[in-house]
Design a protein around this ligand. Structure first.
Ligand SMILES: *Cc1c(COP(=O)(O)O)cnc(C)c1O
Length: 430
């Protein structure tokens, strides 16, 4: 099919990027389990290597199964191109790689996935990059943090885990003014609940491990480009605007226009960093994306029911879910995320650390795992697991105090989830 913008989300999540297999007519996208592709002749090979012709060379760079997923995610996010990679964390490095260099920094929200905080505050220093963390609700602080070496602002749309939702439009106004890209991690919201590009974002990153695949089978990531940023407006983005020595002085932006960032991601990023998604993973994720809207509707509906029930239970101190009218982010969520605020939230148990540990051990349907965005309901007590190494003050600041658990509400029967929480809380707080 042609991916006409008139098709609705439910149609595109099944069809975008996919045609019946030209070799066999296979209706489902085949898993092209191959490392390399035969060149038509020596001239064809030379044209491919010179980036004069687009085609398949070697699966570290491109693979037909992965290409279908790339086109589907680009379409769902309203971008011009996408590069899939081996994990969400790989996608974050791939997203920053064309923009950054030694001495450059990214201004990042303080409300990020814990692994991203570690990657940004520690590991990227090895590349000579750095991150400046700011509260993205404080727009003056965001503006003040941007300096001449800042190459991007990075945030999450719905920030895991504290029931926080970002005003992407407000941040995009700032990055537009500063002439730098806005990168939005849209993992927790998915393109069904939020379209960062429509709200002004330049780039979108995903951990496809989560809701896009949807059933906890494979890790993966994706970087999607809006195609709207002018990389040649100043000399900050020389990887994209200046001659590239590895391709005989080719200038990506001049040569590929709006696809410059995507081509750079493949021809330099995947070629040299090698954080490639394999075709099996792309297959599982394509299967997941086909039902994304249906699952997200149920995740939101169930999360709202369970959060409501918990908020009214006297064993619970508080619930942080932007879909509850008690949330300080409720109004913003209604305006910016009208289809719902996802399936993730935290709640505080009156019995503290001991009660939380007993709660996770007593649940029967919920699984105690370090993951989210599964069809199954998941729970984790951060203070005794992912945030164990932090001081009590750091745990509180991260919304992971000793009395707090995080849930990722699945698509089971909401009544069963509530019954399970009820019986486990009886044991935990008994
Ligand atoms: C899981 C996650 C990541 C990291 O993704 P991996 O696939 O685990 O590498 C990044 N951002 C968010 C919001 C996540 O939930």
């Amino acid at each position: 099919m042609t991916d006409a913008p008139s098709y609705g989300f439910d149609t595109l999540q099944i069809h975008a990027g996919a045609k019946p297999d030209p070799a066999t007519g296979a209706r489902q996208t085949p898993i092209y389990q191959t490392t390399a592709y035969v060149f038509r002749d020596a001239e064809h090979a030379a044209a491919l290597f010179n980036l004069q012709e687009v085609g398949f060379i070697y699966s570290r760079l491109t693979n037909p199964t992965v290409a279908v997923l790339q086109e589907r995610l680009a379409t769902l996010e309203g971008g011009v191109g996408a590069v899939c990679c081996s994990s969400g964390h790989a996608a974050q490095i791939m997203a920053l790689f064309p923009l950054m260099g030694p001495g450059c920094n990214v201004v990042a929200s303080t409300r990020l996935y814990g692994g991203t905080v570690t990657q940004f505050s520690q590991t990227i220093k090895r590349f000579g990059w750095s991150a400046k963390f700011v509260d993205t609700d404080d727009l003056d602080a965001v503006k003040a943090a941007i300096d001449e070496n800042t190459r991007a602002v990075f945030c999450e749309s719905i920030a895991n885990p504290g029931g926080y939702v970002t005003d992407i439009r407000a941040l995009a106004d700032i990055t537009d003014g500063a002439g730098i890209p806005l990168i939005v991690d849209n993992t927790s919201a998915t393109p069904y609940l939020c379209n960062p590009i429509a709200q002004g974002a330049t780039l979108v990153v995903h951990s496809t491990t989560k809701y896009l695949t949807g059933n906890g089978t494979v890790t993966g990531g994706c970087v999607i480009d809006s195609g709207k940023f002018d990389w040649s407006a100043n000399d900050k983005f020389s990887s994209l605007s200046a001659p590239e020595p590895a391709y005989h002085g080719l200038k990506f932006h001049e040569t590929f226009g709006p696809l410059a960032y995507t081509f750079h991601g493949i021809a330099i990023g995947l070629r040299d960093l090698g954080m490639t998604m394999n075709p099996q993973a792309a297959h599982y994720t394509l299967m997941g994306v086909e039902t994304l809207s249906l699952r997200m509707q149920r995740h939101c509906e169930n999360a709202r029911k369970v959060a409501d029930w918990l908020e009214n239970d006297d064993r619970i101190d508080y619930v942080t879910y932007a879909g509850l009218p008690s949330s300080p982010y409720y109004e913003r969520a209604q305006a910016c995320y009208p289809k719902g605020t996802g399936g993730l939230f935290t709640f505080a148990v009156k019995g503290g650390y001991e009660a939380c540990v007993k709660l996770v051990d007593s649940l029967e349907i919920f699984s105690h795992v370090a993951n989210l965005g599964d069809t199954r309901s998941l729970i984790i007590h951060s203070a005794s697991t992912t945030h164990r190494q932090l001081t009590p003050e750091q745990q509180e600041a991260a919304g992971a105090g000793p009395n707090v658990v995080r849930v990722s509400i699945g698509i089971e029967d909401a009544d069963d989830l509530i019954r399970d929480l009820d019986q486990a809380l009886a044991k935990a707080c008994g």
